[in-house]
Design a binder for this molecule. Structure first.
Ligand SMILES: [Zn+2]
Length: 684
């Protein structure tokens, strides 16, 4: 007993020491930007702490560095009331307004002396409040409407520059309970990285860093927030006692307490010094690694701040100076089209080059044809462009008053600018799309998909080889693959005779892939593996599928109007028909084999019947069972729902079983399932 206690005491000491060390290194890395140890050494400290906490879970505390990402996704954020309301600042856009602000302050303080102002960068992010009690972070919230905000404590804890514990011992104890306020933001570099990842994943892009920050803080799963590279700058400190006398000293104090405070702070005597400072930053802002949209000017003395007080909406002792909008006017010379990797066609404005916030702009995005129509943008127009945090500037509006009548209206072409093939516009979709199997802008992706596992399954055809074949002009559409000869493959870089032969035999083998695989391989928009299987089963030949009307397509289970439209348009495209003809000549499986179809007809089979499995089966593996169902024409469902015909239940079934019962689906025990299969296979 006492040995255990000793153990625990030693562990507690070690845990405390490790936490202190990790906090120190977090501060060095995330706040001071001067790491003292390598990432590996840091990871080792973290591992030691985790191991100890695992052995002594009773020693885990909420402010342990291991608890930054903890907790389950929330269903919503609780509301918190701000003890001191989070007022927003009044905005000014001109020197004139700044001079007026200064006069109001002097009047309010009944003085003609020059006022001391604290000037801080206005970081373009999301305002938050952090509450510490006895040195520990207990609550973090959004500004909300100023009086009530959302409790986003779990999300804010994932930001490594926010200390979970205030670690300075030189700070008066009363200060260990305080509220600090600041701006959560994302650097330009991290913003670009987040958007790149989203583009790769086919997710919508964030418009600017502030947008990305706000979107991240709204996520209900802290584990997802932890993956977003967020940071914070603090700019306000609210404590009941022992606060220094000025804003600038309070910020210095926060810094000593381990907080990351807005950098480049300055104290200016008199409003002229403030104006000079604003002017300086207007030029320097682009050099900062994060976005600012202006400066914040605060009366430095807290006594004077209290004297001035506040209106219902804004404090009287502070104001924000916003930089003039980053807009410029120029001439729209032309509208060009870009074809993305997935066939989306985007119009791009070609501009007379114009300088805008530090760079020369010659292109701007126009998003889509609807946008061009809505803003009535014509070629030759004088347009106003704007650069926010966006990657590419955008056309805000047209200066219609200077139109000469020579401007030309733009028409979205009916042909793809990359391949010259017909372009498709789906009903209720803003985007135009090229779906041609031989589109030069998309060919790499088309071939990659064609060769993928659930499609033609040509493993030997890797991305590097595809790039080589496409770049050399040898492969312009999937049918070209089947014309490849040994000699020309051997001549390729890094291609040995053996691998060339392997590729040819893999291509040969792919010709025997079933009809459903071929349908999937064509990459028809909205047609996934399951839909391809259903279509193959229903139509039994590619010709029948290609000739089907929308009405007939919609009769197939799982095919809705959107997919039907997409299929019909795909097969109607002349260029796709040409490629398909060549694929047929190459000898690919074009119809479902007669004997399979015949056998299904005879025994009634499982054609079109949907199965789902849960729990462990005794007589065969899950994969074997699924294969049996498929060989009899059945379909393996992906989730329990009304469309499922049979739920096969093994030992220790999961939540699917309960859901199936709730829905009143047909349940088969393993024995019943085996009997059914054996009967259909003709074994009984
Ligand atoms: Zn095209």
């Amino acid at each position: 007993m006492s040995g255990e206690k000793l153990d625990r005491d030693v562990a507690k000491e070690q845990i405390d020491r490790l936490r202190q060390e990790i906090r120190h290194h977090d501060w060095c890395y995330y706040v001071a930007n001067e790491p003292e140890i390598s990432d590996q050494e840091y990871d080792r400290l973290m591992e030691q702490l985790l191991a100890l906490e695992e052995r002594f879970p009773e020693l885990i505390t909420a402010d342990s560095p291991t608890r930054r990402v903890a907790g389950e996704p929330l269903s919503g954020f609780p509301v918190v009331e701000h003890k001191v309301s989070m007022l927003s600042l009044a905005n000014t856009y001109s020197w004139q307004e700044l001079l007026e602000f200064d006069r109001r302050v002097q009047r309010g303080l009944n003085t003609s002396a020059q006022i001391e102002y604290a000037v801080e960068l206005k970081v373009d992010g999301v305002a938050v409040s952090l509450r510490y009690e006895q040195g520990r972070l207990v609550q973090g919230s959004t500004r909300g409407d100023g009086l009530y905000g959302d409790d986003i404590t779990a999300n804010l804890k994932t930001i490594k520059s926010i200390p979970l514990t205030i670690f300075s011992s030189q700070i008066p104890l009363s200060m260990h309970s305080l509220e600090v306020r600041g701006e959560v933001f994302m650097t330009r570099e991290n913003f670009a990285r987040v958007n790149q990842a989203r583009e790769r994943a086919g997710e919508p892009l964030f418009a600017n860093p502030r947008n990305a920050t706000a979107g991240s803080l709204k996520l209900l799963d802290p584990r997802l927030v932890a993956k977003r590279p967020l940071d914070i700058f603090l700019y306000a400190c609210l404590a009941e006692q022992d606060l220094p006398e000025t804003q600038s000293e309070a910020m210095d104090l926060l810094e000593r307490m381990g907080f990351k405070v807005t950098p480049h702070r300055r104290v200016c005597l008199g409003i002229q010094a403030v104006i000079d400072c604003c002017q300086e930053w207007e030029d320097r802002r682009e050099a900062l690694p994060f976005e600012i949209d202006g400066l914040v000017i605060k009366v430095n003395s807290f006594v004077q701040q209290r004297q001035l007080g506040e209106t219902a909406k804004n404090p009287r002792w502070a104001i924000s100076y916003k930089f003039p909008g980053r807009q410029a006017t120029t001439r729209l010379l032309d509208i060009q089209l870009q074809v993305g990797r997935t066939g989306t066609i985007t119009p791009v404005a070609i501009l007379e080059p114009v300088a805008l916030s530090g760079s020369v702009i010659s292109r701007a995005t126009l998003h889509n044809a609807d946008e061009i129509n809505r803003k009535d943008i014509r070629i030759g127009d004088r347009v106003i462009i704007e650069k926010g945090g966006e990657v590419i500037p955008k056309v805000v509006k047209v200066v219609t008053s200077v139109r000469t009548g020579q401007e030309r209206q733009f028409q979205m072409p009916s042909l793809c600018p990359a391949c010259g093939g017909a372009v498709i516009r789906e009903e209720e979709e803003a985007a135009y799309r090229c779906q041609n199997l031989d589109c030069s802008a998309q060919i790499e992706r088309i071939i990659q998909h064609f060769a993928s596992r659930n499609a033609m399954d040509i493993e030997e055809l890797g991305p590097a080889l595809i790039r080589q074949l496409v770049a050399g002009g040898r492969v312009k559409n999937p049918a070209d693959l089947y014309d490849l000869r040994l000699e020309e493959l051997k001549a390729l870089e890094r291609m040995a005779e053996k691998s060339a032969q392997n590729l040819l035999s893999a291509l040969e083998k792919s010709k025997r892939r079933p009809l459903s695989a071929l349908i999937f391989a064509l990459g028809i928009r909205h047609v996934g593996v399951v839909a391809a299987e259903n279509l193959a089963r229903y139509f039994r030949s590619l010709d029948a599928l290609g000739a089907a009307s929308r009405e007939e397509l919609e009769k197939v289970s799982g095919v809705g109007p959107v997919m039907a439209e997409s299929i019909e348009k795909f097969f109607r495209a002349e260029r796709n028909r040409q490629v398909l003809n060549r694929l047929r000549q190459a000898g690919l499986v074009w119809t479902e084999e007669a004997d399979t179809a015949e056998r299904r007809k005879e025994d009634g089979g499982l054609a079109g019947q949907r199965f789902i499995f849960t729990g462990t089966l005794r007589s065969f593996t899950r994969a074997q069972a699924e294969e049996m169902v498929k060989s009899l024409g059945g379909i393996i469902g992906s989730a329990v729902g009304k469309s499922i015909d049979f739920v096969v239940v093994g030992e220790q079934p999961g939540s699917k079983f309960q859901k199936a019962c709730d829905l009143g689906l047909k349940i088969l025990k393993e024995d019943e399932f085996r009997l059914m299969i054996e009967r259909l296979q003709g074994n009984i």
